[in-house]
Design a protein around this ligand. Structure first.
Ligand code: BV8
Length: 243
């Protein structure tokens, strides 16, 4: 009896769009309003820390909006983790907490988390849902000026990479949902899986991503429609053989 294949799922901002959170590269996206170089690099933080803190304070406050809640796509992925007999690892590029709130547990935030902050002096990692400023003293070591969002900026190493590659190397199904395939190393995961030739690969997105041609299967549409239907199909028919 062949073992139940494990599943690795990668999500991006597109899965949270229908929950009311902006994506990055859509025409009304975040990078249409601010430049990456001004708010999402260590150099930006060194140059003008309060500008960067304000950018994340606004997004952290936005998460508290009662209208921002997990949608049917987040919930379908949590159901897949509960009901699939093998392992399901959810790797998200998103820094919102909608996957957790939908019930996903086996989850890696490879680009960090908006609701966590850390001290650059003592490395304390703290849950935080309030505004942060350079004057905020670290609750752990007491020093000021070292508190930053626990978010991976451009040029910084994403989190959980060893585990992610280990799971990509052994999975039977790789699914990419709601990401434009612009940012590495996440955008390279599909090549990593195809290279082994042992897993089926599916992209679920509103429109073809940069890497769409690398997937064995592409399903287009809004996440709240195509993700629940895809989860139903996998739970009913299982994982197709690697194409
Ligand atoms: C690294 C956290 C190496 C912050 C983010 C030159 C110089 C320096 C670096 C590089 C360089 N060239 C390349 C690089 C690497 C760089 C990179 O890839 N740059 C790109 C721009 C070319 N990557 C990095 O720097 C990474 N680190 O490489 O480190 C290293 C090695 C050794 C030692 C040290 C370091 C770090 C990357 C992480 C950066 N941080 N975010 C924050 O969130 O503020 S990345 C940012 O883009 C977001 O976090 C997001 O996670 C990520 C990807 O965006 P998407 O999620 O895909 O969103 P997008 O808007 O693009 O697409 C949305 C999609 O959804 C669209 O396709 C749309 O059609 C679809 N959609 C919309 N609505 C719906 C929908 N789909 C379904 N339903 C809907 N309703």
């Amino acid at each position: 009896m062949t073992e139940t294949p494990s599943i690795v799922i990668l999500t991006g901002a597109g899965i949270s769009k229908e929950s009311g959170l902006d994506t990055f590269r859509d025409s009304d996206g975040i990078w249409a309003k601010v430049r990456i170089e001004d708010v999402a690099t260590p150099e930006a933080f060194a140059r003008n820390p309060s500008r960067v803190q304000e950018f994340y304070n606004a997004r952290r406050a936005g998460l508290k909006d009662p209208k921002v809640a997990p949608n049917a796509a987040h919930e379908a992925l949590a159901r897949l983790e509960r009901e699939w007999p093998g392992e399901v690892l959810l790797v998200t590029q998103n820094i919102d907490d909608l996957h957790e709130r939908a019930g996903s547990r086996n989850l890696i935030h490879m680009h960090g988390e908006l609701l966590k902050v850390r001290c650059e002096y003592c490395d304390a990692l703290l849950e935080w849902d309030d505004a942060l400023s350079t004057a905020t003293p670290c609750p752990h070591c007491g020093r000021k000026g070292g508190m930053r969002p626990h978010v991976v900026w451009f040029g910084e190493m994403p989190l959980g990479m060893d585990t992610i590659y280990e799971k990509l190397d052994t999975c039977g199904l790789f699914v990419s949902i709601g990401t434009s395939g612009n940012v590495y190393p996440a955008a390279g995961f599909v090549q990593h899986v195809r290279y082994r030739g042992l897993a089926h690969s599916v992209e679920l997105n509103l429109e073809p991503s940069q890497g769409a041609t690398l997937f064995a299967e592409v399903i287009l549409g809004p996440a709240t429609e195509i993700v629940p239907a895809f989860v139903d199909r996998i739970l009913k028919d299982g994982v197709p053989e690697a194409a």
